[in-house]
Write a protein that binds this ligand. Structure first.
Ligand code: PMP
Length: 389
């Protein structure tokens, strides 16, 4: 019998109560959760294969099909945040000899390309500056030149504030035997999106933006064409956790009985269910209109304050994330600090190429209300005045 090691002392910080202030999250996400989502998170734990829980999973599946406007059987939520859905798309769709054409006009194209590279497949890029989007003609040239098997675009760029037009893109990709992969993390529920009608092959999103659920579960859906590509792989999917054949089974998207693959994010799925239920009750059209109206109100207010938006053309602005140029002589952080310190309001700084050069204001889901927009504008005005003094 060896000597029992001495137990190190319990961390003092854990002997104090948890400290979570109430903040108004008007950055690019997470957004505030509606009370019903928070309440759902406190419901009793269930087993991840208990019938009461798998019924909730079925409801979530229908909710995602509604938000994505798709009838795809392979529709479910990845256990993990938006990055997990990105990885899942990459590892399932691409094999080492595949080429993907990544349309990069912000950090999300860059990140996805990084994931593809780590997966051992080949990345070809179309690059545009932050604030601009791609035309069908440009993408067609890329398809002709690189003959990719997948094309990636970000519908709602949260680093740049753009909304990439998607109509006609799926058909164009299919004409060149490529699949269309779309990131809708920072826009789903905020602007029209029709997965089936627009012929998108893989679409993923996040839970913590317009849906208003905790950051933990990520909606994803695969078209029949995408499933065919996965079924005809010559190499194994390089991730066990993200293997969509396994996940589809756990979400009852195939004929077999549900198997244990991993422990589902039980209480987070309750939250996702309630976030989806709120949008189902309200209706997608109303949600799209509310985001449009609130973003218009924000644009007008910003212009009145003499601030300049990064994205000039209103038609290609992401209503959920607005990027504002920091005027010369102003330190962006003084403004965000002022808003947080005095009002507990979150305004975010820039990301990627725009770090230090922009502010980002999010209008998402439960927070999408004119009074929140007015408050952000007032706080911004006051912060700018206080800095100039
Ligand atoms: N794509 C976009 C467009 C995003 O805005 C985000 C989150 N900011 C992500 C992907 C990644 O999501 P997460 O931070 O939840 O992993």
């Amino acid at each position: 019998q060896g000597k029992v090691p001495a137990v190190s002392s319990a961390p003092k910080c854990l002997l104090k109560p948890i400290d979570v202030p109430n903040k108004l999250l008007m950055g690019p996400g997470p957004s505030n959760c509606p009370p019903r989502v928070l309440a759902a998170g406190a419901l009793p734990m269930l087993g991840h294969l208990h019938p009461e829980f798998t019924k909730i999973m079925d409801e979530v599946k229908e909710g995602i099909q509604y938000l994505f406007q798709t009838k795809n059987e392979w529709t479910f939520a990845i256990s993990g945040t938006g990055h997990a859905a990105m990885e899942a798309s990459v590892v399932n769709l691409l094999e080492p000899d595949d080429v993907i054409l990544v349309c990069q006009n912000g950090i999300w194209g860059q990140r996805l390309a990084d994931m593809v590279d780590r997966n051992g497949s080949t990345v070809k890029k179309l690059v545009r500056p932050y604030g601009e989007v791609f035309t069908l003609e440009e993408i067609e040239k890329g398809l002709q030149e690189h003959k990719p098997s997948v094309v990636f675009v970000t519908y709602g760029e949260s680093s740049a504030g753009t909304a990439q037009p998607l109509e006609g893109l799926g058909d164009l990709c299919h004409k060149y035997n490529a699949l269309l992969l779309v990131d809708s993390v920072a826009i789903l529920g905020g602007r029209p999106l029709f997965m089936d009608a627009w012929n998108i092959d893989v679409l993923y999103s996040g839970s913590q933006k317009v849906i208003g659920a905790p950051p933990a579960t990520s909606p994803i859906s695969f078209s029949l064409k995408a499933r065919e590509k996965i079924a005809s792989r010559k190499t194994r999917i390089r991730s066990y956790y993200f293997d969509c054949n396994e996940l589809a089974n756990y979400w009852a998207c195939d004929q077999g009985p549900r198997r244990y693959h991993h422990t589902g994010m039980v209480t987070s799925v309750y939250g996702l269910r309630e976030g989806l239920a709120r949008l189902a009750e309200e209706g997608l059209e109303k949600s799209w209109k509310d985001h449009k109206d609130c973003s218009e109100l924000l644009y007008q207010g910003l212009e009145k304050l003499g601030l300049e938006l990064l994205v000039k053309n209103k038609e290609i602005r992401n209503p959920c994330v607005t990027t504002i140029k920091v005027p010369p002589g102003i330190n962006w952080k003084d403004v965000t600090d002022y808003a947080m310190k005095n009002y507990r309001v979150e305004i975010a700084g820039g990301l990627g190429d725009l770090a230090g050069k922009t502010w980002r204001i999010g209008i998402m889901g439960y927070n999408c209300r004119p009074e929140n927009v007015q408050l952000v504008l007032r706080v911004l005005e006051e912060a700018l005045e206080s800095i100039k003094k």
